[in-house]
Write a protein that binds this ligand. Sequence first.
Ligand SMILES: [Zn+2]
Length: 182
Amino acid sequence: MDYQPHGYICKSCGNPAPMGIGYVVGGLAAAQASESINCCLCGYSRKPVTASLVPNGKRMDFLPQLFPGLYIHGEIYVYQNLESIADAYNGGYWNYYALSNGGFYMAPDIAETLHITVAGNFFDGDLSADAAGIVATLFALNRLMFKTAGTTLCDRLMNNFYALRDYAAEHPEHRGIYGAID
Ligand SMILES: [Zn+2]
């Protein structure tokens, strides 16, 4: 069977949509348009954000990418945050994740769920270690954004913050994550 180049358009706005989402449109131009985007103009057709574990050989580069310019502070803030919101957390190995939308996060390598209490916003509930790691990473990014307000570093931290927030929106525990950070 011959492969026919094709792309997709959004079922809501009719503009190019990411590959595999919406109505099929034939032609190379449509294929190129779909390949080049993660989201249509109206936001209805969007590619799900996926996370992949950062392999051992790339772990050295991870923290400077997650917390540009301030990675020593960022790492400490993540640990401090989780220690303050999860009673049962007492250190250990952390997994690093890179997101398909350009974001990053880190999460403790723990199988049990963690009991999370955020006094500042009355959150009290259980989260997986993965979701708790997302919360702690968002807190650290937020804190560094305040520290660097008005600088180009702040813009890069903000991009990472919103990329992770978008991923969190699609996470199975999104209610808990948003409850803990809002
Ligand atoms: Zn659309």
